[in-house]
Design a protein around this ligand. Structure first.
Ligand code: LLP
Length: 428
């Protein structure tokens, strides 16, 4: 029998906090696996010639990379560090894609030499750099060219990436794109497989995808007619949205993929194009709901009109509220089903972090059970872009990561120690 404490992956969160300390990132790997299975069943198996590359930027650790490998998906990386992590666990190299808008020579060299499956070119200069390393290693490197479809996604401006004038990708208009394609087609060391776009993140409106597809398919047709270039593969990025309310599940993947694939097949038919292989790069949708963060309440400050519940973490382990006005929900770990506490005079409740900034808020206008100092709370849906965006601001240690499933807990990443925080800091 489970007690009334919040359980995650079948494990008592109070026990987790006692054993591993707080703040603590806890991932139910059962949920991550279910998401991967859903993508296999409703996308990879339903539509032929398709691939999924998990966007590691949402949450990547070595155990996570292994999990993604076991689930049969590939990996999208964007830096030397992410690639090095993947290589350190011998993630199948051909199932890795290297993305990024400002790749260094070192990143390109490591990508080519380690034999990553695709490099997504974001700038014309990359072509010669890739060629150089491919020639040096006696390889032909498969590449995509990233384009900005010129669609303003319905999402926060900081995470919209496909609009005209975006820093990402080649614009649809002008000579930059046809020149790059022509160059790549002529190169002995480049195998240009197709195009890539990513319209943005936290997308709930499938129109953002269909509008982008319309533009890209038109582009594919133009490129075919003008340059004789066939887009064999089309990577349509990530972006599937994740909800914040734990009582609601995110959209099923087929909510997006069925619309995308139907649009693709119809449009290819009417334009006389061969249907390219479709690659997806979801990040958030796979991990967001699997993760919670457990905090300890340090103190509660009741002021006229506002109550501050201050916890032992904040913007250092989760900068998303400060950056994007992200919204979260939280519960008391010892009383998750308890009635929401109605403060006298309906005081506004703000769950805040311990960093020295007023913007260090985790939940503004929180609805939560009655708490006191020393209690634990859990924020739901913190699995994406928290651990991966964590900082050591105020010299706070990065929290540990624990994987839970079927009542078992495993430490996946250790909490940083005081020594870790001093490492590399030299007295000069
Ligand atoms: N592919 C590319 C090329 C991307 O730039 C991204 C995200 C993805 C795939 C995965 O997108 P997702 O499926 O996770 O939405 N830090 C922000 C999100 C930034 C997303 C950046 N690119 C946040 O916390 O909301």
């Amino acid at each position: 029998m489970q007690n009334q404490n919040l359980h995650w992956g079948g494990v008592d969160c109070l026990e987790l906090a006692n054993k591993f300390g707080t703040p603590l990132y806890v991932y139910d790997t059962g949920i991550i696996k279910a998401r991967c299975r859903e993508l296999r069943e409703t996308f990879l198996e339903r539509w032929e010639n398709t691939r999924v590359r998990y966007a590691g930027k949402a949450f990547l650790t070595r155990s996570m990379a292994k999990l993604i490998e076991r689930e049969g998906l590939g990996l999208d990386v964007v830096s030397f560090g992410e690639l090095n992590l993947a290589l350190s666990v011998n993630f199948p190299h051909e199932k890795i894609e290297m993305n990024g808008n400002a790749k260094s020579h070192e990143e390109i060299a490591l990508s080519v030499k380690s034999g990553v499956g695709r490099i997504i070119v974001d700038h014309p200069d990359e072509l010669q750099i890739i060629e150089h390393y491919a020639k040096e290693s006696g390889k032909i490197q498969k590449i995509f060219i990233r384009v900005a479809p010129g669609v303003d996604a319905h999402t926060h401006a900081y995470i919209a990436t496909g609009q005209t004038g975006s820093k990402f990708g080649f614009p649809l208009e002008g000579r930059m794109l046809p020149e790059a394609i022509t160059y790549a087609m002529k190169s002995e060391f480049l195998d240009i497989r197709g195009l890539h776009f990513h319209v943005g993140s936290q997308i709930f409106d499938t129109d953002d995808y269909t509008k982008s597809l319309e533009k890209i398919l038109e582009l594919m047709k133009t490129l075919k007619d003008s340059l004789g270039f066939t887009t064999h593969e089309l990577n349509i990025g990530g972006g599937f949205g994740a909800v914040i309310n734990p009582a609601i599940k995110s959209m099923k993947s087929e909510f997006y993929t069925d619309v995308i694939m139907k649009k693709l097949h119809e449009s290819c038919k009417s334009l006389g194009l061969e249907v390219p292989r479709i690659i997806l790069e979801p990040g958030r949708w796979i991990v967001s709901e699997a993760g919670i963060t457990i905090y300890r309440v340090e103190n509660i400050k009741e002021l006229p009109g506002i109550t501050y519940i201050a916890v032992n973490g904040g913007m250092a382990d989760n900068p998303r509220v400060a950056l994007y006005n992200a919204e979260y929900n939280a519960v008391s770990v010892s009383n998750p089903e308890g009635a929401i506490y109605n403060r006298e005079g309906n005081t506004h409740v703000s769950i805040v972090g311990k960093c020295c900034e007023s913007g260090d808020v985790l939940i503004e206008g929180a609805k939560i059970q009655k708490l006191q100092a020393g209690d634990l709370i859990a924020l739901y849906n913190t699995g994406a872009y928290t651990f991966s965006m964590a900082s050591n601001y105020n010299c706070l240690a990065r929290p540990a990561v624990v994987f839970v499933e079927n009542g078992e807990a495993k430490l996946a990443v250790e909490r940083q120690s005081p020594e870790d925080l001093l490492r590399g800091d030299l007295l000069v």
